[in-house]
Design a protein around this ligand. Structure first.
Ligand SMILES: [Zn+2]
Length: 106
């Protein structure tokens, strides 16, 4: 099974949706002089080539070149469940999600 870029980012953050700082690897940008050994989620995603999409009331979606995505709601983040909606992989589709019915095969 191939690991997506979003999964790689999640792993760097210990798969903890409340963690926003990862250990910085060589070659990654340093933007915060107080945390030079670390890189935050936003910089990490941008460094990995993410396209940044903002949506009012939802947060930020980082879409990577391989099609995988991370959705940051502001105080927590997770891997995107589907390219068709803003639901989290760990939470499943919400009741009001429009992509929900297609996933149920109906
Ligand atoms: Zn959904």
């Amino acid at each position: 099974m191939t690991t997506t870029i979003a999964e790689t980012v999640a792993e760097r953050l210990d798969n903890d949706g409340y963690e926003y700082w990862a250990e910085r690897l060589s070659g990654e940008p340093v933007t915060d002089p107080d945390r030079t050994a670390q890189i935050d989620l936003d910089d990490l995603c941008r460094h990995l080539g993410a396209r940044v999409i903002r949506r009012d009331g939802w947060g930020i979606r980082y879409v990577f070149p391989d099609g995988s995505a991370i959705i940051d709601a502001g105080s927590a983040w997770d891997i995107a469940l589907s390219p068709d909606c803003w639901c989290w992989q760990g939470a499943g589709h919400g009741d009001e999600c429009t992509a929900r019915s297609s996933d149920l095969g109906d």
